[in-house]
Design a protein around this ligand. Structure first.
Ligand SMILES: Nc1nc2c(ncn2[C@@H]2O[C@H](COP(=O)(O)OP(=O)(O)OP(=O)(O)O)[C@@H](O)[C@H]2O)c(=O)[nH]1
Length: 332
C-alpha cells in the first residue's frame, strides 16, 4: 500500500493532511447499462407523473446529485429528500438550506427512513406542490402519481416502505439493500397513501455518466452509492480517515482502541486488523531461509472501517463541509 506523503500521527489537534492525493480508480465513468435503460424509461413515463421526489444522502447535500435528473426530469414539481439524517452532522443545516435555495431548491425535507423520522411531512408538501401546479394531462383524475428518483443506495425503496408504514400501516413493498443497484426493475407502482390516493414509482438508482470530480466520486463511494471494489476499499478507507481527522471526528480512536488519532492509514488499518484478529502469516525469504511473518489483512480491516462508519458508529459526518466552508458559488 502506498503511503501518503507527510503523514503525521499524534494527539487530536495535530496537523492533518490539507488535501488528499486523488488516486482513486476512475469512479467517474461507472454507468452500467441498467442505469442508462432506467433513465430512458423514467423519461418516457414522465407524462404519468405529477411530481418528482428526489432522494439524496444527507451527508452530501451539496454534491453528487445527478445533473441529468435536472436536465431531463426537471419539468415537474420537485421535492428533495435528504435521507439518512441520522448519519449526518447537521450543525450547519441552515447554511445547507441557504445553499440549496441558491440552487433553486426550495422544497427540502431531512428524513430518517429507518426510524420514519419526518416522513409524515412528505404527503402534505407533495399535495401542496401538485395543487399549485397545472395538472394539464390529468384532467379529473384524482390519483397522485409520484416518481422517486436518486443515485443508488440513498434510501428510495426505504422511503416508499416508510411512507406505507406511516399512511397505510403496511409493511415492505419494495426490496431494500445495503449495496447499490438493488432496484433494477423500473417503475413498480406502489400505493403509499389512501387520502389522497397516492402512488409512487420506484426507480433504479442512476449516477451521472460522468461524476464531476474524483473527490465527489470518493464521497459518493463513502456513502455506498458506488460499488466499493470500483474505487478500492483501501483508498476509500484512507479518504475516510483523512475526512474524519480534518473534521476532528475522532471517535474511531476509541472505537478501535488506537491510543491516539493518526493520519497514517497503514498504521490505523494495522491496528484495526490486530484488534479484529484479521491477520495472517506469510512466508518471507531471508538470508537464513523462510521466516513466517504476521501480516495484517488490510482489505478486511479497510472493509470493517468503512462498514463501521456507514453504520454511524464513528459519529455523524458532513462530507460536504469543504463546500459549505468555501465561498458560495459565483462569489469567488
Ligand atoms: N442509517 C440509515 N440507513 C438508511 C436510511 N434509509 C435507508 N437506509 C439504508 O440504506 C440502504 C439502502 O436503502 P435502499 O432503500 O435499498 O436504497 P435505494 O436508493 O432504493 O437503493 P438502490 O435500489 O440501489 O437504488 C439500506 O441498507 C437501508 O436500510 C436512513 O434514513 N438511515
Amino acid at each position: 500500500m502506498r503511503l501518503p506523503a507527510g503523514v503525521l500521527c499524534g494527539a487530536a489537534g495535530a496537523a492533518w493532511r490539507e488535501n488528499f492525493p486523488l488516486r482513486g480508480r476512475d469512479v467517474a465513468r461507472w454507468f452500467p447499462g441498467h442505469m442508462a435503460k432506467g433513465l430512458k424509461k423514467m423519461q418516457s413515463s414522465l407524462k404519468l407523473v405529477d411530481c418528482i421526489i428526489e432522494v439524496h444522502d444527507a451527508r452530501i447535500p451539496l454534491s453528487g446529485r445527478n445533473p441529468l435528473f435536472q436536465e431531463t426530469l426537471g419539468l415537474k414539481p420537485h421535492l428533495l429528500i435528504l435521507n439518512k439524517m441520522d448519519l449526518a452532522d447537521l450543525t450547519e443545516q441552515q447554511k445547507i438550506m441557504q445553499r440549496l435555495e441558491g440552487q433553486g431548491l426550495k422544497n427540502v425535507i431531512f428524513t430518517n427512513c429507518v426510524k420514519d423520522e419526518n416522513v409524515k411531512q412528505i404527503v402534505p408538501v407533495v399535495t401542496e406542490l401538485i395543487g399549485s401546479s397545472y395538472r394539464y394531462h390529468r384532467g379529473e383524475n384524482l390519483e397522485y402519481c409520484i416518481m422517486v428518483i436518486g443515485v443508488p443506495n440513498v434510501g428510495k425503496s426505504s422511503l416508499i416502505n416508510s411512507l406505507r408504514r406511516q399512511h397505510l400501516r403496511k409493511g415492505k413493498a419494495t426490496r431494500v439493500g445495503g449495496e447499490p443497484g438493488i432496484t433494477r426493475a423500473v417503475m413498480s407502482r406502489i400505493q403509499v397513501c389512501e387520502r389522497p390516493l397516492m402512488f409512487l414509482l420506484d426507480t433504479p438508482g442512476v449516477l451521472a455518466p460522468r461524476i464531476e470530480s474524483v473527490e465527489t466520486g470518493l464521497k459518493l463511494a463513502l456513502c455506498g452509492t458506488v460499488l466499493d471494489h470500483l474505487v478500492g476499499e483501501e483508498t476509500m478507507a484512507d479518504y475516510l480517515l483523512y475526512t474524519l481527522n480534518k473534521h476532528q471526528c475522532f471517535r474511531y480512536v476509541q472505537h478501535y482502541g488506537l491510543g491516539s488519532a493518526c493520519d497514517d492509514i497503514e498504521h490505523v488499518l494495522k491496528s484495526v486488523a490486530v484488534k479484529l484478529r484479521k491477520t495472517h502469516k506469510v512466508k518471507v525469504l531471508t538470508g537464513t531461509g523462510d521466516v513466517n511473518v504476521v501480516q495484517p489483512n488490510y482489505p478486511m480491516a479497510a472493509r470493517d472501517f468503512l462498514q463501521t462508519f456507514r453504520r454511524g458508529l464513528l459519529g455523524p459526518v458532513m462530507l460536504d463541509l469543504d463546500i459549505l466552508q468555501g465561498p458560495p458559488p459565483g462569489r469567488d
